[in-house]
Design a protein around this ligand. Sequence first.
Ligand code: ATP
Length: 134
Amino acid sequence: MSTILTTIVTPNGKVFEGHVQMVSVRAKSGDMGVLPNHMPLVAPLEISAVKLKTEEKDEYVAVSGGFIEVRRDSITILTESAERQEDIDVARAERAKEEAEARLAELGEGSPEYEAAKNDLKRAENRLRVASLK
Ligand code: ATP
């Protein structure tokens, strides 16, 4: 099967680089499976799991939104934070989830802090979900 060079980049550096058969992402416009020779595009991503299908295995990476850029010869995911499944600290994500829930319970809906806490909760829940994927 053909492959395409795929990179996941954050401000802290590369989290993944490899040749993949398919990249599955959750774009704002919906779920997308990108194969080699896909038409070029840029699309914003949800806080979600990225699935990378390589010749050896399927890998999952938690991303906190960002963008996917598909080019003829490469795919780049650029995001504020990304963690490979095996690097996710589950206890930390559980703590972050509890803290976000506590803040949401205190804050008034619609305030900027409320939206920030909702995003913190989404990131924590996403990390927990990605850590538990088989
Ligand atoms: P926390 O409240 O636990 O810091 P956060 O959602 O505020 O979580 P971010 O600001 O999204 O954290 O990320 C900061 C850095 O910490 C990033 O490099 C991110 O990859 C890493 N990170 C955050 N949570 C985890 C986790 N549960 N396991 C591994 N790395 C994490």
